[in-house]
Design a protein around this ligand. Structure first.
Ligand SMILES: [Zn+2]
Length: 402
């Protein structure tokens, strides 16, 4: 059977000038994760842009998220809305494509402008991470819709507003949209500027432990106090012993304390863990529970635990590997050499993989220096990557690959 698409024809059909103009416009809108007004504007722009595709665009409210203040109080954190496009939901074979509209640059950061570095490179906030990637999704799908196979399959596009702070307000949505899909593609920038993809990833978890002791005078009746800082320090040393080959633990901050003549009754300990496997993640969770009970008993303090693993480890199973192989094969047909390497970072691909759906999560543009004012995007990669995704989707829409 003759395929209904030719790789070179796909590449020729991509309008690189329009892509670049859109990325420049999108990068000019500040979308720091805490800038709700900017995110709202961006969500509207994206909803308009993606409405050229078939299907329904919806702006979804963020799930409620709480955090712990330095005073040990739980408070709600506001987030922006997420964009979801559902195309042919009745199709038997469906994909999910995901990206994020937020950046790490707050509205008052000095890095807000897009400028040219050379003929092929622009420097700007979120150009690589990942407004360029969002634009690749749009144009890849526009192109994919012109292929014959498209009508046989369906897909969801999910663009969240909170990836850079761990997707706490979109995690449920991501998992819901991923479940039951044939494959998932996420549009983080390539791991290296040459287009190398991120392969297996570790996981990450963030915890805030609030310790409540009892205050007393440091001179008159110190024995009646229960020192929250001492308990927090003991806790730091104990959780650090849980480090192993397959997990690291980083105690990051102790807040609280009081004047020098007061036994402190409050401490908040923040720490991060990086489990390399699901087994390590679960083992840590169990051992932490035991340690917290010991701290409570030994120091006669109250202990409140907040947070946990937000990004489970992402191993690459056989199905996911088959998807990597397919991306590589499509790249070769387009004259792009694509390899992969493990990554120390995390992204929404971790949460998608945890639902059992094969995912390649660095399908976005080529670029680098992300999360810094040197962030750059290699302009020709817009067309390259749009054609690559369109070809991958066209292949996935027929036959048995995974
Ligand atoms: Zn990103």
């Amino acid at each position: 059977m003759k395929p209904d698409f030719a790789p070179q024809a796909l590449l020729d059909a991509v309008d690189g000038d329009t892509m670049l103009r859109e990325v420049q416009d999108w990068a000019a809108i500040n979308t720091g994760t805490a800038n709700i007004a900017g995110l709202d504007r961006m969500a509207g722009v994206l909803a308009d842009a993606f409405s050229v595709l078939p299907g329904e665009v919806e702006l979804v409210d963020p799930a409620p998220v709480t955090a712990i203040s330095a005073e040990g109080r739980e408070f709600e954190k506001p987030h922006g809305r997420h964009m979801v496009l559902r195309v042919r939901p009745e199709a038997e074979r469906r994909f999910v494509l995901t990206g994020h509209m937020d950046t790490v640059f707050p509205v008052d950061h000095s890095f807000q402008e897009v400028r040219w570095l050379d003929d092929d490179t622009i420097n700007g906030p979120g150009t690589a991470d990942m407004k360029g990637g969002l634009n690749v999704i749009l144009h890849a799908l526009k192109l994919f819709e012109t292929t014959e196979g498209a009508a046989r399959v369906g897909y969801d596009v999910m663009i969240n507003s909170d990836e850079e702070t761990g997707s706490l307000a979109s995690r449920g949505l991501i998992e819901e949209l991923a479940r039951g899909k044939y494959a998932a593609l996420t549009y983080e920038p390539s791991a290296l500027p040459d287009g190398t993809l991120a392969h297996a990833r570790g996981g990450t978890g963030n915890y805030s432990i609030t310790i409540t002791g009892r205050s007393a005078h440091a001179g008159r009746n110190p024995h009646e106090g229960r020192n929250a800082i001492v308990a927090a320090s003991d806790l730091v040393l104990r959780i650090k012993t849980l480090e192993a080959e397959d997990i690291t633990v980083n105690p990051a901050k102790i807040e609280g304390g009081s004047a020098n003549n007061v036994v402190p009754d409050l401490a908040v300990l923040r720490f991060n863990i990086r489990p390399k496997s699901t087994e390590a993640m679960n083992r840590f969770d169990g051992e932490l529970g035991v340690i917290l009970r010991t701290i409570e008993a030994d120091h006669e303090v109250g202990v409140h635990r907040h947070g946990g693993v937000t990004r489970p480890p992402k191993p690459v199973d056989a199905k996911a590997q088959a998807l990597f192989d397919l991306v590589k094969e499509c790249g070769a047909q387009l004259g792009q050499q694509i390899g992969w390497q493990p990554s120390g970072g995390v992204c929404d691909g971790n949460n998608i993989a945890a639902t059992g759906v094969p995912v390649v999560d660095t399908m976005g543009v080529r670029g680098g220096a992300i999360h810094s004012p040197d962030e750059y995007m290699i302009v020709p990669s817009l067309r390259e990557r749009a054609a690559l995704s369109a070809l991958v989707l066209a292949k996935l829409s027929t036959g048995d690959h995974l």
